[in-house]
Ligand binder design. Structure first.
Ligand code: SF4
Ligand code: SF4
Length: 261
């Protein structure tokens, strides 16, 4: 039992120069270090370590050495069961979060990070730590604008945007969705409207949305609604399309397959 971790290590010695071999031998001699691989680039070695108690305490122990310049925790694997991680990994593209190196590129790219309880990087760390309640009750996934910047910039091909959508479903399923967001209500009413009419009836959809969330907010939108009505861009009555029953059957089946309510 215990935790395995991979540390990226940069020594304060020039590769091949004075004291380099001694630093490597000192690292190898540490009881927590299981194996060391030399790498090129910004770091000299990747060390696989065994941490019976805490990864942080092993990292601190290594950092106490004067020959260490920099250490970064690359990956942590625990043999403790983590049902939350397994749940996220079971969703399409969810498995990719195991490859996250916690580099923070996603967070640095996110245009909405200032509105999020936890950054994309931190949400992944919470999932991998099994902290379901903190992750699912946060507002992070609801604030995600699905811009895909994080996904295209991730060096390890983690599907962060898809993960955000999946976290929304899991939060609703677990009754943990943040009360600070009206988005689940909007999603539900949107789907209800399509099931009923085969397409969205904007007026009915928006009236229901404001009644369920904040009726006073509708006052601000009234001038826009009047303009749309006047120009015939928002029909008063819902118009059903042909084959509404089939659309409803497809959506019902999709909800069953996706496990959503
Ligand atoms: S950019 Fe990718 S690898 Fe880096 S922290 Fe984000 S998800 Fe992890
Ligand atoms: S897809 Fe979402 S999490 Fe990713 S950068 Fe855009 S807003 Fe941020």
């Amino acid at each position: 039992m215990g935790t395995k971790a991979y540390f990226m290590i940069k020594t304060a010695r020039e590769a091949g120069g004075e004291g380099y071999e001694e630093a490597l031998k000192a690292l190898e001699a540490m009881p927590e270090v299981e194996s060391i691989e030399s790498v090129s680039g910004d770091y000299d070695h990747v060390a696989r370590i065994h941490a019976p108690k805490s990864v942080v305490s092993v990292a601190n122990k290594i950092l106490e050495n004067e020959w260490i310049k920099h250490l970064e925790v690359f990956k942590v694997e625990t043999d403790e069961p983590n049902p939350f991680l397994e749940e996220v990994c079971a969703i399409p593209a969810g498995e990719s979060i195991r490859s996250c190196a916690q580099c923070g590129m996603c967070s640095a790219s996110c245009p909405n990070i200032d509105k999020m309880d936890y950054s994309p990087r931190k949400i992944i760390a919470l999932i991998r730590a099994g902290r379901r309640h903190e992750a699912l009750s946060s507002n992070t996934m609801w604030v995600c604008a699905s811009c895909y910047l994080c996904t295209v910039r991730c060096p390890n091909d983690v599907k962060i945007t898809e993960m955000m959508h999946a976290l929304e479903c899991l939060a609703v399923d677990r009754d943990l969705a943040s009360s600070r967001t009206a988005t689940p209500t909007m999603y539900q009413l949107f789907v209800d409207s399509i099931k009923k009419n085969g397409r969205v009836h904007e007026l009915g959809f928006m009236i229901r949305f404001y009644l369920k969330t904040n009726p006073f907010a509708a006052i601000k939108m009234a001038p826009v609604a009047l303009q749309l009505l006047r120009h015939g861009r928002m029909p008063l009555r819902a118009r059903k399309i042909k084959g509404t029953d089939q659309i409803k059957a497809i959506l019902d089946r999709a909800q069953v397959l996706g496990g959503a309510r």
